[in-house]
Design a binder for this molecule. Structure first.
Ligand code: PLP
Length: 397
């Protein structure tokens, strides 16, 4: 059984704050500053260029990928770190389309995060092969799978509502129709007990700064199913995905397996911060995380609905159909969230009217959930959101 009191003690949560935004940016693991300082001083500082060999910097993208593979139910040796999630979406989608050259349709849904759709649009333009991005309502995805579709590209957990797609059923149906699947795990990794390998997903991508707590701008990951590992062609064919980067050949030849999905130089310092977060993850079991997360989100819904009838639940009521976040719709959601943040309850706002709260048993417990609900009740019953100071919008919401 995961010791959640022990994991909670391994994060820096500012005094007086209930942090319900780990779905956007996870908190600082207490060990990360010292670990980064050590890597800077002992490795970058003292080893300089020899660090690539002596400190094993070049292997970090795969060894850290292996630690993440356990958390997403993937086979070890099939996850690699690097770049940002948007880049990894492009990479996965480009490879997936090539595996289905006779078809021209990418199917996605309008609950997807815009960046994923933008990357698809950009890729289609560059390819100039007449591909089409077809975007349907999330609940209509299954009905729209047909044998003209090349790739099904979905984000498993909706970033606004927390609604969870049925990855296993959709992947199965897609495969029966000859469709390749690309799953974005941005709000899944570290939030649910997803089983990539059991679902037989073709490609998966995700970021590590949300539930995984790797720090702002932490490197993304990409998973390629073993059955495609040596056939998927990397569209972003950088030198470090080459079979022999230090031969400096003039022609590209992909590395075997997942390493072909590496583009350029690994972000060694960022990987050091992520590694401290993974030290906490090493103490956990994803089934425990999922069970406790469902308890926390269900408790939050019950507490908020009893105290604040004016907030309308915008997440699935069924915990099995929900990721690890809860959203409420409220016309003055932006100002209400600013009032909450001023009182130490940190969630975020997504246009047009969604107040979003992320939960993770790693550092949130029942006491936090109840205290947060009490503060939300105070903001709502006393109309604290109606103050001018809370209505001014910042660039990042
Ligand atoms: C957070 C998120 C992103 C962000 O991409 P970056 O390149 O890391 O900025 C992309 N897609 C989804 C589904 C997300 O939730």
């Amino acid at each position: 059984m995961t010791d959640f009191a022990a994991t909670k003690a391994m994060f820096h949560i500012p005094e007086g704050m209930i942090y319900l935004d780990g779905n956007s940016l996870g908190p600082l693991p207490l060990e990360a500053p010292a670990n980064m300082a050590r890597v800077m001083r002992d490795e970058w500082g003292d080893m300089l260029i020899t660090g690539w060999n002596k400190a094993g910097w070049m292997q970090k993208s795969t060894s850290i990928g292996d630690r993440i593979s356990r958390l997403i139910g993937a086979e070890p040796g099939h996850v690699i770190m690097g770049d940002t999630l948007s880049i990894k979406v492009y990479q996965a989608l480009a490879s997936a389309l090539e595996l289905n050259p006779d078809r021209k349709v990418i199917l996605s849904d309008n609950g997807n995060f815009p960046s994923d759709l933008y990357m698809a649009q950009g890729l289609i333009q560059s390819l100039e092969k007449g591909h089409e991005l077809r975007v349907v309502d999330p609940e209509d995805v299954a009905a729209n799978l047909s044998n003209d579709i090349a790739v099904l590209m979905l984000t498993e957990v909706d970033y606004r509502s927390g609604r969870l797609h049925d990855m296993k059923a959709l992947t199965e149906k897609a495969h029966a129709l000859g469709i390749i699947t690309v799953w974005d795990l941005a709000h899944t990794a570290g939030a649910t007990d997803v089983q990539l390998s059991a679902c037989n997903a073709d490609f998966a991508v995700g970021c590590t700064y949300k539930y995984l707590n790797g720090g702002p701008g932490a490197p993304a990951f990409i998973y390629v199913n073993p059955k495609h590992a040596n056939t998927a062609r990397p569209a972003l064919s950088g030198w470090l995905g080459h079979d022999a980067p230090f031969a400096f050949d003039l022609d590209y030849r992909p590395h075997s397996g997942i390493e072909r999905m590496r583009v350029g130089t690994p972000p060694v310092l960022a990987l050091a911060a992520l590694s401290s977060a993974l030290d906490v993850w090493d103490m956990t079991n994803m089934a425990d995380i999922r069970a406790k997360s469902k308890e926390l989100t269900s408790l939050f819904i019950a507490e908020v609905e009893t105290r604040c009838p004016e907030l309308i639940l915008a997440s699935p009521r069924d915990a099995d159909a929900r990721g690890s976040q809860v959203s409420f719709a409220f016309d003055h959601g932006y100002a209400a969230m600013q009032a909450l943040i001023a009182r130490g309850v940190v969630g975020d706002f997504r246009a047009p009217d969604i107040m979003r709260f992320g939960f993770t048993p790693l550092y949130i417990d029942e006491g936090d959930v109840i205290n947060a609900a009490k503060i939300i009740e105070d903001v709502m019953t006393n109309r604290l959101w109606d103050r001018d100071e809370y209505k001014v919008k910042s660039a990042v919401t």
